[in-house]
Design a protein around this ligand. Structure first.
Ligand SMILES: CC(C)(COP(=O)(O)OP(=O)(O)OC[C@H]1O[C@@H](n2cnc3c(N)ncnc32)[C@H](O)[C@@H]1OP(=O)(O)O)[C@@H](O)C(=O)NCCC(=O)NCCS
Length: 176
């Protein structure tokens, strides 16, 4: 698997990813950082800018293409400077897998990679948000060490909050 920011040359790769969603009647794309609402060239500029400069709402973020065998299988969005309110509402990481490539283990691998990036960026724990009926996402989180910390009902939809600890709080102390 390869994870990287998009470039102008990726336009066709991304077009096919978007069409995969539309042909499966999915109108919105998770973790895409507004891909479908902008001109492709402007979106590429935006995701490169967001890596270095904080967006008013989402802070700094990494929007990665997850590529396997030259195919774009998913998108990852790591929002690593969110304020506490936004963290608890939306979580630090978003991910989506193209409909034709689901149930093949991609989200599990992508979240594992995202957690390693968060650790590299100095985060000690990650908050993830997921609707209770999204079994695939909940299982992906559990397989990556997630612990359910809270359930919130918002307009009859239950939103689960999960935490993944990146640094163990418990150290083995050797006593001579
Ligand atoms: C949720 C999503 C990311 C899962 O991606 P995926 O690549 O299919 O996930 P994986 O293949 O890594 O599966 C992880 C586990 O969940 C299970 N799973 C995945 N989709 C499932 C589904 N629809 N129903 C039940 N179980 C499911 C898998 O079987 C696997 O469990 P197992 O190892 O015990 O068999 C994908 O369905 C998706 O992109 N959905 C739309 C966007 C979204 O919901 N993003 C997350 C927002 S919180």
């Amino acid at each position: 698997m390869e994870y990287r920011l998009a470039t102008l040359e990726d336009k066709e790769l991304i077009q096919s990813y978007v069409e995969d969603h539309y042909s499966h009647n999915e109108k919105s794309l998770s973790a895409s950082n507004m891909l479908t609402t902008m001109k492709y060239e402007d979106w590429v500029k935006k995701i490169h800018k967001n890596k270095e400069t904080a967006d008013d709402v989402w802070g700094k973020s990494l929007t990665y293409l997850a590529i396997d065998n030259e195919k774009l299988v998913g998108l990852l969005n790591i929002r690593y400077t969110l304020n506490e309110y936004m963290r608890m509402k939306y979580g630090d990481i978003g991910y989506g897998v193209r409909p034709s490539e689901r149930m093949k283990g991609y989200a599990t691998k992508m979240l594992k990679y995202a957690l390693s990036e968060c650790k590299r960026l100095g985060m000690k724990e990650v908050i993830l948000g997921c609707y209770k009926d999204n079994i695939g996402s909940a299982k992906t989180i559990i397989k990556n060490g997630g612990e359910l910390i809270k359930e919130l009902e918002e307009e009859k939809i239950i939103n689960e909050h999960w935490k993944v600890k990146l640094i163990s709080q418990y150290y083995k102390i050797k006593i001579k």
